[in-house]
Design a protein around this ligand. Structure first.
Ligand code: ADP
Ligand code: MG
Length: 566
């Protein structure tokens, strides 16, 4: 190499490398999936850029991924004809981690292998997973369209440093050579590699090729000679274009891992082909685990966008609302032009149509999950329920559907688990009950033990018990469900509808009369502390409680505002 320099990995990379090698060791074979996934991404990026600039193909538009091995040397190589990298790309992408929130993510790692491997999985293991099995990784790459002498050689033993040098590289794209660690030679084996490609990368739409077994690769053999003997190992059709009946759950799950960079399986998915005015294929997944950056507003989100099977962009966030930001997947449409850019997407009316169609798909998938698999839905709710709670305010058009997805703790079971739907609540409403009652407090126990519940207990009227930060705000956005309005039981006059008998009302009037004098005196004494004091039937055991005006801010909201310095 010429112009060789030695550089240090970013601190986060060093940390990640150590942890990854340690915690992903039992899953070491996934390195091949990650490298093929990158080769496929790079090929799709080239295809996209070449739409505007055919010269990038350099006269050879064939895109394939080649895997070779050398048993004697203990090496495995993965080579693509994709977009490639220049020197700056290499230093940036293979020396740092650009993801936002990386440092805080790493600080969450515990050293506990099982926990960490899950977390790292959600973070996305990527290129560095090569070091699980390799003692040295060499990357030879050249960016498409640049001259041969702009080739770059990156090399590292994964121990804090890497070198970059300049090389001559006639073929565009990237070749990655792994020198296997002692004890990992099993991967320099045709049968093993083939079975890994089929297991993890069958859905990759670029052909993954290997030499036919009868004629194993010779060290230093010429590319041109090998070409004739190459065969495709994967089926090389974009998975979402295949029909549902052809696909197994395993294939769907592997595809999920490829597009999501998740390490764990998806919880469920929905695959649809739609023809007509609006033509699209979508494959949408609900992850099982929340990503580490679910609450980071800047975190990348969105779908992988294809137009007529050509990859256009990652993280196209125009196709789903924010409250469905955890959904991963692919949308492939014939209604968009191959020239779309993010700017054009913002103005294209087809995007709005797709967005509303895909939003419905996701909501339908979730309600189906709720109906068919209570355990999985409970898991979903625990993981993403708080995000869904943003939905009623963000998506007015689908409010009814979203409301049916909500789950609450309630006085019905009396435990903290959020498993009561509004539909459940309505079927249990008492004769004459018009409203859906709820209380919001700082914690489940505070809600559950509130004196405001006394009258409801007595009358056996169910009350929803809310205690998440977003709850008070959300309840203010709900208005009604199935014709029933929502009532915060700590606010204003309590109207129990027709559940109150004439007798009750009379009794209350009598009591009020009896204590007129007391109420008058209390109102005078506490005049500047409270709005008013009145006789109530809210309480059956406690002598008094604080009530907030109908249009006043709730207690929780007040605390949030106070904390914000308002
Ligand atoms: P991710 O794939 O999630 O972006 P990786 O760690 O797998 O993360 O890869 C890091 C980056 O390195 C990629 O985003 C890409 O820019 C670059 N890269 C990796 N492999 C290749 C390749 N074969 N060709 C071109 N660029 C690559
Ligand atoms: Mg990757």
């Amino acid at each position: 190499d010429t112009q060789k320099e030695t550089l240090g990995f970013q601190t986060e990379v060093k940390q990640l490398l150590n942890l990854m090698i340690h915690s992903l060791y039992s899953n070491k074979e996934i390195f091949l999936r990650e490298l093929i996934s990158n080769a496929s991404d790079a090929s799709e990026k080239l295809r996209f850029e070449a739409l505007h600039n055919d010269a990038l193909y350099e006269g050879n538009p064939d895109l394939d991924i080649r895997i070779e091995f050398d048993k004697n040397a203990g090496t495995v190589s993965i080579e693509d004809r994709g977009i490639g990298m220049n020197r700056q790309d290499v230093i940036e992408h293979l020396g740092t981690i650009a993801k936002s929130g990386t440092a805080s993510f790493l600080s969450n790692l515990t050293g506990d292998q099982a926990k960490d491997s899950q977390l790292i999985g959600q973070f996305g293991v990527g290129f560095y997973s090569a070091f699980i099995v390799a003692e040295r990784v060499d990357v030879y790459t050249r960016r498409a369209g640049e001259p041969a002498e702009n080739g770059v050689h990156w090399s590292s033993a994964g121990e804090g440093e890497f070198t970059v040098g300049s090389i001559n590289k006639t073929t565009r794209g990237t070749r990655i050579v792994l020198k296997l660690k002692e004890g990992e030679e099993e991967f320099a084996d045709g049968w093993r590699l083939r079975s890994l490609v089929r297991k993890y990368s069958d859905h990759i739409s670029i052909p993954v090729k290997m030499l036919k077994e009868e004629q194993p690769a010779e060290e230093g053999e010429e590319q041109t000679e090998q070409k004739a003997e190459l065969e495709s190992v994967n089926s090389a059709t974009a998975l979402w274009t295949r029909s549902k009946s052809d696909l197994t759950d395993e294939e769907y799950q592997e595809f999920y891992k490829h597009i999501s960079h998740d390490f764990a399986d998806a919880l469920t998915w929905s695959h649809n082909k739609v023809e007509g005015n609006l033509e699209y294929t979508s494959l949408l997944y609900v992850p099982e685990n929340a990503p580490y950056d679910l609450w980071n507003r800047e975190a990348p989100r969105g779908l992988k966008l294809y137009v007529q099977r050509v990859f256009i962009m990652d993280q196209a966030d125009q196709f789903l609302p924010l409250y469905l930001r955890f959904i991963k997947g692919v949308v492939d449409s014939n209604n968009l032009s191959l020239n779309v850019s993010r700017e054009i997407l913002q103005k294209d009316p087809n995007v709005d149509k797709l967005r509303s169609a895909l939003t419905k798909r996701v909501l339908d998938m979730l309600s189906k999950l709720a109906k068919n698999d209570a355990d999985k839905y409970a898991k979903f709710w625990t993981t993403f329920g708080q995000v869904i709670k943003e939905g009623p305010a963000e998506d007015y058009a689908n409010r009814d559907k979203i409301l049916k997805l909500l789950r609450f703790a309630s006085t019905h079971s009396g435990n903290a688990e959020q498993n009561v739907s509004l539909e459940d609540y309505v079927t249990r409403m008492k004769e004459g009950q018009k409203k859906i009652y709820y209380i919001v407090a700082d914690s489940f126990n505070t809600a559950k033990n509130s004196p405001h519940l006394e009258i409801f207990r007595k009358k056996e009227i169910e009350v929803l018990l809310l205690s998440e930060r977003i709850d008070e705000w959300m309840m203010g956005q709900l208005f009604d469900f199935d014709g029933h309005s929502f009532q915060d039981i700590t606010k204003g006059e309590l109207d129990l509808g027709e559940t109150e008998s004439e007798e009750d009302k009379k009794k209350l009037e009598e009591v009020a009369k009896e204590h007129e004098g007391l109420v008058e005196r209390l109102n005078k004494v506490l005049a500047d502390r409270v709005d008013s004091i009145r006789i109530t039937h809210r309480l059956t055991e406690s002598p008094a409680c604080l009530v907030i005006g109908d249009y006043d801010m709730g207690l929780q909201m007040r605390r949030i505002m106070e904390a914000a310095g308002q």
